[in-house]
Write a protein of this length. Structure first.
Lengths: 492, 49
């Protein structure tokens, strides 16, 4: 079975499985309380209210308004980044496969009751309404209309969102007697909107997604440039209009396969009689396999290419690891400053400057690693990468000089750095060594055993040391505690 | 550059920019606001706020 037909056939099961997975806090459905664990920091892609008793994550539109409406931030980079990441990768595939309220509308439309229509009258004008809701309710009102405490209400959630009423309002009011006493005009208003949309969904295909959903409006903007795309083979297309007839959103797929309205339900791909419609993930799928995986008739890949890819992966991994450790340190430093209003002891302009240089070097290693993987088949890729690695060594040398200057200016910094080496040695020790070894890339790739073995030992050693050393104090603490050698207040 | 390649380039830039936004957002501490909102029952979302 063609993969698109498979996904189309089991689409509702995938939607239901996703709903079960992301709303799996079963105790919430019996106790009438919501989940309060750390996973709630993550925004899930669909319009899934975080006050649903089973919700394990956060609603992106709710989170966007929460940050807009807070008295701390004006713009939400985190939530907007998450939404644009989902949009850039999947576009409105989220609407078709991962949105719980989309599933509800899909199922209602399957009820064999009355005539089935695709669009409401004045469809073209009404379809712009979701952009108005996005700009007015989600962005403007939720960020500008603030109360005396400097906080703003989530206007879309408060006045429109039927997903919140269905998945949060109704279950919590039924399950929790405390909420029943608080029911007022808002509840009945949102219930009315929900009921109208549910009744409309029986006759019209996905009215909320077409006319009101701000999240769909956002994802729709990414549809024409997302990684997942529908493509038309013009040599096979006979322009019969079968795709448009099968499309609930009423899109002429053979003309605009990646329209901002398309929810990627894949009805069109499945319905196309000539097989002219297909889907692609660009490099992530077929192209990636073509580039890196051996074909069935290829007996052995070129060992130089394989070694180049492995080295590229090592560079990417080590630099990402280093960046993560730096991120951890900066979060820690910011946390200390936030709690105490005092910068950590290690803070000084020269240290900040060196950290900046170190992160820059690491990013360069990352870029080198990625370019090495992407150009693994080019003969000069290794040589040019080795040269840039030699430049990085010079930068590391300058960093060493900077460290000496810092120690002369501020001797106590030695203690802080020693502590750093003990807790996260990788950025300080591992990266220079690995960079040093990687400058011999050409020798490693051309099969010089000594260089290859030296690199492998060093890489494994630095990773192990990086992972194990931070555990030593903890293990030591437990060992002392179990031997009864600790005083009061020690490891329990 | 063909249209297809332009789209791929734009897509990669968007993905990179999104990841960057997420990292900066986390670094700024926005996740705390999201978590704080998400772990409390949202009265407005329910319709009783």
């Amino acid at each position: 079975m063609k993969k698109e037909r498979f996904f189309h056939k089991y689409r509702h099961w995938i939607q239901a499985a996703w709903f079960a997975l992301t709303n799996g806090y079963l105790r919430g459905y019996t106790s009438g309380k919501i989940y309060t664990g750390n996973t709630k920091v993550l925004c899930f892609p669909g319009l899934n209210c975080y006050s649903c008793p089973g919700a394990l994550g956060a609603c992106p539109i709710g989170s966007l308004q929460a940050v807009f409406g807070s008295n701390t931030y004006r713009v939400s980079l985190y939530v907007f980044g998450v939404i644009s990441l989902f949009g850039a990768v999947m576009g409105r595939l989220v609407c078709g496969f991962l949105c719980p309220f989309g599933l509800v509308q899909d199922l209602l439309y399957k009820i064999p009751f009355g005539p089935k229509r695709k669009n409401l009258p004045n469809h073209k004008i009404l379809s712009k309404l979701r952009y108005v809701i996005l700009i007015l309710f989600v962005v403007l009102l939720s960020s500008l209309v603030k109360d005396v405490t400097g906080m703003a209400a989530p206007w879309f959630c408060e006045w429109i969102c039927p997903s919140g009423a269905l998945f949060a309002g109704i279950p919590l009011v039924i399950l929790n007697p405390g909420f029943r006493t608080a029911i007022g005009f808002h509840f009945w208003w949102k219930l009315a909107i929900l009921l109208i949309l549910l009744f409309l969904s029986v006759v019209y295909y996905r009215p909320f997604c077409k006319y009101l959903c701000p999240l769909g409006a956002l994802y729709g903007v990414f549809n024409p440039v997302s990684t997942f795309r529908i493509k038309v083979d013009q040599t096979k297309c006979v322009k019969c209009g079968g795709c448009q007839r099968a499309c609930g959103m009423d899109i002429r797929t053979f003309e605009t396969p990646n329209s901002t309205e398309c929810i990627r339900c894949l009805n069109c791909v499945s319905a196309c009689p000539t097989g002219a419609l297909d889907t692609t993930w660009h490099i992530a799928g077929k192209d990636f396999a073509d580039r890196y995986l051996a074909k069935s008739d290829e007996t052995l890949a070129n060992p130089e290419v394989v070694r180049t890819v492995i080295l590229g992966c090592a560079m990417v991994f080590s630099s990402l690891f280093t960046l993560l450790l730096h991120l951890r340190s900066s979060v820690y430093a910011n946390f200390i400053y936030f709690m105490t209003n005092v910068y950590p002891a290690s803070y000084s302009p020269i240290v900040m400057g060196m950290n900046f240089a170190k992160v820059t070097v690491t990013v360069l290693v990352l870029i080198n690693g990625i370019s090495l993987i992407l150009q693994c088949k080019k003969a000069d890729a290794v040589r040019s990468s080795a040269q840039s690695m030699k430049i990085l060594q010079v930068i590391y040398l300058l960093l060493c000089v900077g460290m000496i200057i810092a120690i002369v200016l501020n001797p106590p910094i030695i203690g802080v750095w020693l502590n750093n080496i003990l807790t996260s040695p990788f950025p300080l020790l591992g990266m220079p060594f690995i960079t040093l070894t990687l400058s011999r890339l050409d020798k490693i790739v051309h099969g010089e055993k000594k260089a290859g073995i030296g690199f492998a030992i060093l890489f494994v050693f630095t990773i192990l040391v990086s992972l194990l050393i931070p555990l030593f104090p903890i293990l030591l603490g437990y060992a002392l505690a179990s031997a009864g050698l600790t005083g009061s207040g020690a490891v329990q | 550059m063909t249209d297809e390649k332009k789209i791929i380039l734009i897509n990669r830039i968007l993905i990179f920019a999104s990841i960057l936004l997420v990292i900066i957002g986390v670094w700024r501490g926005e996740v705390g606001v999201v978590l704080n909102k998400a772990v409390k029952v949202c009265m407005q979302c329910m319709g009783i706020g």
